[in-house]
Design a protein around this ligand. Structure first.
Ligand SMILES: [Zn+2]
Length: 102
């Protein structure tokens, strides 16, 4: 296990995790339930973190996150099936897996 990303919040963590999963990289979200503790412990420590299960995926995961952020231009794309907002780079909904129309 290797930490690769500090998410701004839980939805951000899920979006990045979903994007990595779509590239075949298995990650875990740690601290997912710590949001309620913000204010009691430093916000840094409470933010959700993504860890790759296999440390050999670290490099690929970092590149994928860089790609994701580089492509994150334009309006979010709303899933026609579940209504969830997806980053513009996504072809599949991170929440339900439905295809997103261009
Ligand atoms: Zn959806």
């Amino acid at each position: 296990m290797k930490r690769i990303y500090n998410a701004a919040n839980l939805p951000d963590a899920h979006i990045v995790a979903g994007f990595l999963a779509s590239r075949g990289i298995r990650v875990r979200i740690l601290n997912a339930n710590a949001a309620g503790a913000i204010g009691e412990i430093p916000a840094d420590a409470a933010a959700p973190q993504l860890w790759v299960e296999d440390a050999r995926d670290e490099e690929r995961a970092r590149e994928a996150i860089a790609d994701l952020h580089a492509q994150a231009e334009g309006p979010p794309r709303r899933c026609p099936a579940c209504g969830e907002e997806n980053p513009p780079a996504f072809d599949m909904c991170w929440s339900c897996g439905s295809g997103l129309e261009r």
